[in-house]
Design a protein around this ligand. Structure first.
Ligand code: PEP
Length: 262
């Protein structure tokens, strides 16, 4: 129980990036790390659009076991090398409690994805890892369940949790998930934690990423996290939702037009 909203700082001492009420943070990068060249190109795109944190999946929780599962530890190494090259702190997903230590060794922020929001053993493990956590909302989770999942992390002594609304499952098939924009102000009224929005995984469609980012900004989100790819047509994971250069520039201009936080 806190009366003031918190800021979570991500990255190495001296280069920390805030996520919280006094700023708007753009996180961007490839859905999956594929090669060093693709990751660096995506990171440079992200940086030139104003992103201050690099996202990228090394361990990919895919619906099909036959789909690309990510490069694992090699992917973490590529992300760490990309941070060296760009200065962008890295957020990446951990899908198994046994991998928390190695992910924490390479990343600046640990992501728990929608499929693992209620994996309590994993939540406890990331709560003990000494790194900030980005906790995505389970696609069938209520807001109360999502906040309780955050408590599992906090209970282990880690209050540096950023919540991420990434769409919930509804009867509507036009988008992959339905972005619950109302979750942002509802959570902000009941929790001190920062809340960001992932329009890429919510919609599953590139053309909706900018409009949904505008919606996220309008309801007061503390940031957005988006997929970018230097060549979305060839992406090994979620190409249809990845922003290319022109779409990313449009998003950048939307973020630049944000009024300063008073
Ligand atoms: C991701 O961000 O790479 C991801 C898989 O997201 P989600 O857990 O929201 O599906």
């Amino acid at each position: 129980h806190h009366s003031e909203r918190s800021t979570v700082w991500v990255g190495p001492a001296g280069h920390q990036v805030p996520i919280g009420p006094d700023t708007f943070t753009l996180l961007a990068g490839p859905c999956a790390v594929e090669t060093p060249e693709q990751t660096l190109a995506a990171a440079r795109m992200a940086q030139s659009a104003g992103a201050t944190l690099l996202r990228g999946g090394a361990f990919k929780p895919r619906t099909s076991p036959y789909a690309f599962q990510g490069l694992g530890v090699r992917g973490l190494e590529i992300l760490a090398a990309t941070r060296e090259a760009t200065g962008l702190p890295v957020v990446t997903e951990v899908v198994d409690a046994r991998d928390v230590a190695v992910v924490a060794e390479h990343a600046d922020m640990l992501q728990v994805g929608t499929r693992n929001m209620a994996n309590f053993g994993l939540l406890q493990a990331v709560g003990e890892a000494g790194k900030p956590v980005m906790l995505k909302r389970g696609m069938t989770a209520t807001i109360e369940e999502w906040l309780m999942a955050a408590e599992y992390v906090a209970q282990r002594g880690n209050l540096d949790v950023v919540l991420c609304e990434r769409g919930i499952r509804t009867f509507e098939p036009a988008t992959r998930n339905t972005l619950d924009v109302s979750a942002v102000p509802v959570v902000q009224a009941t929790s001190h934690l920062p809340v960001i929005v992932d329009p890429s995984h919510a919609a599953g469609r590139k053309d909706l990423v900018v409009p949904l980012s505008r919606a996220a900004i309008a309801v007061g989100a503390d940031g957005v996290i988006v997929d970018v790819h230097p060549d979305p047509e060839t992406a090994l994971c979620d190409g249809p939702q990845a922003l290319d250069g022109p779409a990313l520039r449009e998003l950048a201009s939307v973020c630049r037009r944000l009024p300063p936080v008073l």
